[in-house]
Unconditional design. Sequence first.
Length: 323
Amino acid sequence: MTRLRILVTGGAGFVGAHLCRRLLAQGHDVICLDNFFTSQKSAVAEFVGNPNFELIRHDITHPIWLEVDQCYNLACPASPVHYWHNPIKTIKTSVLGAINVLGMAKRTNARVLQASTSEVYGDPAISPQPESYHGDVNPIGVRSCYDEGKRCAEALFFDYHRAHNVDIRVVRIFNTYGPGMHPYDGRVVSNFILQALAGEDIEVHGDGSQTRSFCYVDDLVRGLMAMMNGPAGFVGPVNLGNPSELSMVQLAEEIIRRTNSKSKLRFTPARSDDPHQRCPDITLAKSKLAWEPTISLAEGLDKTIDYFAKLDLSLYKHPTQRV
């Protein structure tokens, strides 16, 4: 394989660190760019000293000039408790970040992949959600800083592609989990596992009937790379996620069972604009990328539980106030 210079924005985040590891294993030169708002340097400490790895502390809302062949744009808080902490900065990260990486890609003729999200579908009227579905998003709600920021980023990517022939790829990522998650990232899998391991009540928002579909991180990274290096002319958007759907109550009960915990469920008020369903139609990923998840929820949860059970929580800081 030809050695490429690859930029990963948000490279010290959960998905970004896994992606950096995989790219380095293939022999590429990897530039990890992160402002460490919701991540920390320990996530990529194992790569420091590798001559093919470079770490840059930088906020992607400000321009940066680099010579690269490919760019994975993963930078953006992805958990409600973090993007609610600073909603204006969150939408700036999506919009200005997209403008900055697209400008760089235009100048260097690099291929650039946008990590979009299933949240562009909002609270969907159909399930599973295909890429052709335009979504039902509240443009002024408390989640709009993330949802509309990602939708605007997609628009920018396609406008740069049409107007300037920038080589783009767009993926819509559904819920992802696995070892390497920050213990205080505020996501449902990490929250439930930590509460179960501690024997605390598991906090479920609303009545717990809302559904999600969870993709193991190794499967997702494989999908990101398949899209980046996929067929010429296929720019997306394409869904990457696990089509196995389950409710929050079912997830909590499964985690309690697998941790042998005595935790009970505790129901709290529903969050505003929380989608009732989330399940990807991955027909396009199967046909265009020959990609689909291979790690079952049972296997993935066991690996993730083992990771959290061995984690030294004193080494991690809370990115924002716990909400």
